[in-house]
Design a protein around this ligand. Structure first.
Ligand code: UT7
Length: 327
């Protein structure tokens, strides 16, 4: 089996920033409530760019960072809850945009755990030698599926994309990836598409592609699953939290991360947080965080980090990584 490593990262968020103050002009909320309950101060909101546009920009930046030409990519996976269209896959649009003509390109739907799932899938392709170099992208324009009248959800989400190039190499960069789903709880976080209306079924006339969520249950699930995922991946690989430089949780709510820190009796500085600037960007959040850490030189070759996600599905997963990019 081949070893696999991350060789470059990129990210992009729409330039338009929406503050909590602007949010309070739309729904009955306040900066104070949003900051104290979530840690979010602002989010980037698209003024027309679609998911593939954001994904393309993040992908080009990751390719540049990795010093890889688009034609040398042979696998593109886009994880998204908010793809451009049913058909084609957003990954195919990105492939066309960047000219990665030799790649197989497809999308996956694993909500906020999408980037971890994409990493897991790409790693399998690379480990077996079927593919050599993959571009994995988490990209979302959640603002098009957010219910802008629902203060329980609209304050949380933002638009953005993050990408990473991973390739077969000599170093064991991606040490382990674990991902799983709990489909029995599928209805805790949903966004419907079209109803079944055809010659044989009248269905419902209501078309409402809007995010709906049981926030409290998701919160509870998130804290428990992050703690158990971190425990599991550490034990399976004979590491302890002391060996880990940073934990990068899906950026959903600062209080979720805070609970995890307390449950693990961990140093809070080990937990990277940038949700104050982006809100919850679902499949993009971990990838955007990773890119920020890479570009601000927080990571040194040899550092061990854990990425851990959770989300609709319900889905969850974690990855233990040794950073292999030298400054
Ligand atoms: O990627 C995964 C996606 N999902 C998540 O990560 C969500 C996880 N859940 C959460 O982050 C939290 O559940 C929320 C931040 C969404 C809500 O926190 P909560 O502690 O579950 O609050 P709550 O829904 O019980 O609401 C508490 C109060 C309620 O008022 P009353 O009934 O106590 O009078 C709400 O109506 O806060 C009210 N409220 C708000 N007030 C001002 C709810 N949303 C808002 C708001 N602004 N935006």
């Amino acid at each position: 089996m081949n070893e696999v490593q991350i060789i470059g990262t990129g990210s992009y968020a729409p330039l338009n920033i929406m503050t909590n103050q602007q949010m309070s002009e739309l729904v009955d909320t306040s900066d104070e409530w949003i900051v104290s309950m979530t840690g979010i101060k602002q989010r980037h909101i698209s003024q027309g760019e679609n998911t593939s546009d954001l994904a393309t920009k993040a992908a080009l930046e990751a390719l540049k960072d990795a010093n890889v030409k688009p034609e040398d990519i042979d696998l593109i996976i886009v994880a998204s809850t908010s793809p451009d269209q049913f058909v084609p896959a957003t990954a195919c649009i990105v492939q066309g945009n960047i000219g990665a003509d030799s790649a197989m390109a497809f999308d996956i739907s694993a909500a906020c755990t999408g980037f971890i799932f994409a990493l897991n899938i790409a790693m399998q392709f690379l480990k077996t030698g079927d593919r050599k170099r993959a571009l994995i992208i988490g990209a979302e324009v959640l603002s098009k599926i957010v219910d802008w009248t629902d203060r329980n959800t609209c304050i949380l989400f933002g638009d953005g994309a993050g990408a990473a190039v991973i390739e077969v190499g000599t170093k064991r960069g991606i040490i382990s990836v674990d991902s799983a789903s709990e489909g029995k709880k599928f209805d805790l976080l949903t966004c419907p598409t079209v109803d079944v209306i055809n010659t044989f079924s009248r269905g419902k006339v209501d078309f409402k592609a809007k995010i709906d969520m049981d926030g409290k249950e998701i919160f509870r699930f998130a804290v428990n699953i992050i703690v158990s995922s971190i425990d599991k991946i550490l034990k399976e690989n004979n590491y302890t939290l002391d060996d880990i430089k940073y934990v990068v949780c899906h950026q959903a709510n600062f209080r979720i991360i805070d609970f995890v820190v307390k449950r693990l009796k961990a140093d809070k500085d080990k937990f990277f947080v940038n949700l104050d600037k982006y809100g919850n960007t679902s499949a993009a959040s971990i990838a955007i965080a990773l890119d920020e850490m890479n570009k601000t030189n927080l990571l040194n070759a040899g550092d061990k980090i854990i990425l851990v996600g959770f989300g609709g599905g319900l889905t969850y997963g974690a990855s233990l990584i040794e950073w292999t990019i030298s400054k």
